[in-house]
Design a binder for this molecule. Structure first.
Ligand code: GDP
Ligand code: ZN
Length: 457
């Protein structure tokens, strides 16, 4: 995984066949400059200077065939993303040219970059810490403007600073305690009360960091909503009309199975993943049975269910059957087709508090659904107000271990055990905190983190 010394190359932009106006190939490492000199001609009196744009042609040094007209940016170490020499070729978009340019770089001695290897080098060369590297990956994958804003805060160190400071404060306390153990007679005694206060402050800071995890999870994964109901109540119509009216940029992913269609929407900066499921009903047809099973699975993984009924038909035995299976989940009842009939809602189970009347066809009531979803999110505290950074799953797991270490120290103090017991837990907290920022990392942890990055990042 760690291959410093080699010059790496990758396509840095997303390339789509026949699309994209610019495609970037980049190189990082000692040979980057030499490779660029070999394959790029900058006509006229252009100087090869760092951080200046050169205009010219990329050509194969073997047969001097011109591959593309391009721009070149040279960023000499240490003023670059990786702190190594970097060269970027800004080529025409599409897939063929950038692949040829990449091949040329490989022919001239570069090796193909692995997932996240540019960012890994930035980390190894001390330009960024691990939380910043993770934020870089997150800004690429951001699902809403707020998510990207939070990732940007992470890149700027909003998350790593409190963690680094906490770790430094732990180190300071550790050395104070240790010097008492080593030179007991020479130093004034360190009162257990003072240590206790400090640890309680540390614990408070950890809890504050931990409290951002739900928001982080929501922004990263989105709220999962499943639309359920028997066939023909208008589930697909609802999702269609909703997708069209949701003002955010909508990406419709083709469903992973033929029974479930997934749409990604954004409500007030919160990514929402809506699943339109196959209708639930009793069936003896084998294929339909599988669809219904998938529906149940999707329902059980959802954070919120939109149980949909038809206003013309109202609540029937079939709805009662479906409801039995999902009543442990949060449910909003959607009464669709109110353009056709004023529904009788008197027999709806009283446990269902939230009922929204809509017409999918006439695009009525969709905003009420969005409002109810937002209320649900706020009521469940899934998003904090004024968030400026959030922790991710990996950081959450680590911080929980740190929290336990601090709680153990507090127990130790309350039980009036000797100082040595405190130092054991304090030292372990320091080590664990180092895993977040990358001050304490193993190669396997690094490859686990960076393997989730895209190639060229
Ligand atoms: P699904 O099986 O639950 O996904 O239901 P569809 O979305 O396929 O809709 C079933 C039928 O109901 C279609 O013919 C729709 O045009 C119709 N439909 C859906 N929503 C409405 C509505 O709000 N008003 C009216 N009048 N018809 C609707
Ligand atoms: Zn449908």
């Amino acid at each position: 995984m760690i291959r410093s010394g080699r010059t790496i190359a990758a396509i840095a932009t997303a390339v789509v066949p026949e699309e994209g106006s610019v495609g970037i190939v980049r190189l990082s490492g000692d040979k980057a400059y030499a490779i660029a000199k070999k394959i790029f001609i900058a006509p006229g009196k252009q100087q090869w200077e760092s951080h200046k744009v050169l205009y010219g042609y990329i050509h194969s040094s073997k047969d001097s065939r011109i591959i593309d007209e391009a721009l070149l940016i040279l960023m000499l170490a240490p003023r670059s993303y990786t702190r190594e020499d970097i060269v970027e070729f800004h080529c025409h978009g599409g897939i063929i040219v950038v692949q040829q340019v990449l091949q040329l770089c490989i022919k001239e001695g570069a090796i193909l970059a692995e997932h996240g290897e540019f960012t890994l080098r930035a980390f190894l060369n001390g330009r960024i810490d691990l939380t910043q590297a993770e934020s870089i990956s997150e800004i690429v994958g951001a699902k809403s403007p707020l998510a990207s804003q939070i990732a940007m805060a992470g890149i700027q160190g909003k998350l790593s600073n409190p963690i680094k400071n906490l770790r430094l404060d732990c180190l300071e306390l550790l050395s104070e305690i240790e010097s008492r153990i080593d030179f007991e007679e020479d130093l004034p005694p360190l009162s257990q009360v003072v240590i206790l206060q400090k640890i309680q402050d540390f614990l408070h800071r950890v809890k504050k960091l931990l409290s951002t995890s739900k928001t982080g999870e929501l922004l990263r994964s989105g709220l999962k909503i499943a639309i359920l109901g028997r066939p023909n109540v208008g589930k697909s119509s609802l999702l269609n009309s909703w997708s069209r009216s949701n003002k955010a940029i909508v990406t419709d992913l083709p469903g992973t199975t033929r029974d479930i269609v997934e749409s990604n929407l954004i409500i007030k900066n919160i990514p929402i993943k809506v699943l339109d499921t196959a209708g639930i009903r009793h069936t003896d047809n084998q294929i339909e049975k599988i669809g219904v099973q998938r529906t149940h699975l999707a329902a059980n993984q959802a954070d919120l269910i939109l149980l949909t009924i038809d206003a013309q038909i109202g609540w029937t035995e079939e709805e009662t059957e479906i409801y039995k299976k999902i009543k442990h989940l949060p449910i909003i009842l959607i009464v669709n087709k109110i353009d056709l009939n004023v529904p009788d809602l008197s027999i709806i189970p009283s446990e269902i508090q939230e009922v929204i009347k809509i017409s999918a066809i006439q695009n009525l009531g969709i905003d009420s659904i969005e409002e109810a979803i937002l209320n649900f999110i706020y009521k469940k505290n899934l998003i904090a107000k004024n968030v400026d950074f959030t922790i991710n799953q990996r950081q959450l797991e680590i911080l929980i271990r740190v929290k336990i270490a601090f709680e153990d120290i507090i127990k130790t103090i309350n039980n009036e055990l000797p100082l040595d017991f405190i130092t054991i837990d304090l030292r372990s907290a320091i080590k664990i905190l180092g895993e977040i920022t990358g001050d304490e990392v193993t190669e396997s942890l690094l490859s686990k983190i960076f393997s989730t990055f895209c190639i060229g990042k």
